[in-house]
Design a protein around this ligand. Structure first.
Ligand code: NBP
Length: 477
């Protein structure tokens, strides 16, 4: 092939690995371009086997791809993505496809899709999960955009996507314009919650027992054989086993306890606020990272007295409670994440198949987990499922682990260990099932100071009480 059938713009970690993945699949010839020539030359030197066609201008890049052209952009999200799109639009033609595989904010993708569509070029905003390993060996891919563009790019994306155990590729057409990046954003939000819950479970066991990180790694490795079987549990065991070459200490004890973030977690929380979906577990996970990174405030707070951890039960029963609490809370986090996708899809008029979303997260991505098979089944059985935790399998799983979660949150509170994500999950479970919430009092307060009105449980209509005068009630509609 003298011309490439696919191009990649942006050859940093993700782009170069994705380009190599593409080149390794039969029938592909890959064109590559990067703003700084050095990166392109380095990739060519290090991977001659990939037989890339390299270009050093957008014009040559476009000429090196067979029509209709398809190119994947893998550059920094934000202004860099806009700059590359502007350049590609100038050299591409109607019918060509531009895929943005970066972590774009979905509202940017909606804007870009609209603008690019006017030129006759197809624009696909696609979430790509799995980090650098995923990009190289097979990521989970979440493309948005038009159905026509999907048919063009489908074979190539299916060829590079991760394969689940049943052999199906972890890619599906998520929906129009920003749907793919929206779903990728929620994926990352769930990832924040999953990681925080695992960290809280580790912290409790570490505080409760005299076990070393390496010994706790064995516990996680054991958990990975059961219902918690997932990539994040697997790598947790590996991280805990790692010894620092310099000090000989467990590496986890040497790493500064300030967790970083790149933005998709807080975007998810903002979406929860915008859509009115209570994604409290995810929110607590995002805030837990913020708190951890507030190093000077943490220092000042020591004036309140150092944290004293006392009285955590140390036995095997408690460790089993932590495992079950983790499972219940993880189910809550996924349920909240799918809830915001469901409502977000309604708000943006995206026809998102939730069963398909769970299906393509089963391999390749960071939150891949065996129990995603159960989520796939739950939404397949009932595509209109309003609340994932109400599906029979998950309702049973929560019933089985609820008491453990209660004991863990109670023990942590009494002992003085912060478990924000476990606590938020339990409160969510209690609140969402409550027959009556104290929201009635809140409505009374709102009507008192702002005449915001209220509804009654016993009759139709909207009412207001004259609180400060004769306290009479009037119907206002
Ligand atoms: P980075 O996000 O670090 O971006 C570096 C790339 O952007 C380089 O190729 C750089 O070119 C290019 N670039 C910049 Br910066 N400004 C540019 C401009 N004005 N015009 C053209 N190119 C420009 O790369 P990454 O970590 O490989 O991630 C790529 C995308 O994939 C990002 O959107 C990221 O959020 C997403 N993502 C990353 C991961 C991960 O695990 N890292 C996972 C999933 C998704 P240069 O070489 O000339 O500076």
């Amino acid at each position: 092939m003298n011309q490439a059938n696919i191009g990649v713009v942006g050859l940093a970690v993700m782009g170069s690995n994705l380009a190599r993945n593409l080149a390794s699949r039969e029938g592909n010839r890959v064109a590559v371009y990067n703003r700084s020539e050095g990166r392109t030359k380095e990739l060519l030197d290090e991977h001659p086997e990939a037989n890339f066609i390299a270009s050093y201008s957008y014009e040559d890049f476009a000429a090196s791809i067979a029509k209709p052209r398809t190119a994947i952009i893998m550059v920094q999200a934000g202004a860099a993505t806009d700059a590359v799109i502007d350049s590609l639009v100038k050299v591409f033609e109607p019918g060509d496809v531009i895929i943005d595989g970066g972590n774009a904010l979905f509202t940017d993708t909606i804007r870009r899709e609209k603008a690019v569509r006017e030129t006759g070029i197809n624009f696909v905003g696609s979430g790509i999960s799995g980090g650098e390993e995923g990009a190289l060996h097979g990521p989970s891919i979440m493309p948005g955009g038009s159905a026509e563009a999907w048919e063009v790019i489908r074979p190539i994306l299916e060829s590079i996507a991760a394969r689940a155990d049943d052999g199906t590729p972890c890619v599906t057409h998520i929906g129009t314009d920003g749907a793919g990046h929206f779903v990728k954003m929620i994926h990352n939000g769930i990832e924040y919650a999953d990681m925080q819950l695992i960290a809280e479970g580790y912290d409790l066991i570490r505080n409760a027992t005299s076990q070393t990180p390496a010994e706790i790694a064995d516990i996680f490795a054991e958990w990975n054989k059961g219902e918690l079987d997932s990539y994040l549990i697997e790598i947790t065991a590996e991280v805990l086993r790692q010894v620092d070459a310099e000090t000989g200490k467990p590496l986890v004890d040497v790493i500064l306890d300030a967790a970083g973030a790149k933005g998709t977690g807080s975007w998810t929380v903002k979406s929860g606020l915008d859509t009115g979906v209570p994604i409290s577990g995810i929110a607590q996970a995002v805030f837990a990272r913020s708190l951890s990174s507030s190093l000077s405030q943490r220092k000042v707070a020591q004036r309140l007295g150092k944290q004293v951890v006392e009285g955590l039960p140390a036995g095997a029963d408690f460790i089993e409670d932590v495992r079950k609490a983790l499972y219940a809370s993880k189910i809550v986090a996924y349920s909240q994440g799918f809830d915001v996708i469901r409502i977000g899809a309604k708000d943006h008029e995206w026809d998102i198949n939730l069963s398909e979303v769970a299906r393509i997260w089963r391999a390749g991505c960071i939150i891949r987990a065996v129990f995603l098979n159960r989520i796939t089944d739950a939404y397949k059985q009932d595509p209109e499922l309003e609340l994932l935790i109400s599906a029979p399998y998950f309702a049973d799983a929560i019933a089985d682990s609820e008491l453990s979660l209660r004991r863990v949150v109670a023990a942590a509170s009494l002992a003085g260990v912060a478990v924000p994500a476990f606590s938020a999950s339990l409160s969510y479970l209690d609140a969402i099932r409550a027959e009556r919430l104290p929201a009635a009092l809140v409505q009374g307060q709102r009507d008192f100071f702002g005449a915001h009105t209220y509804k009654r449980i016993d009759k139709e209509g909207t009412f207001h009480t004259e609180w400060s005068e004769d306290r009479s009630e009037t119907r206002v509609d």
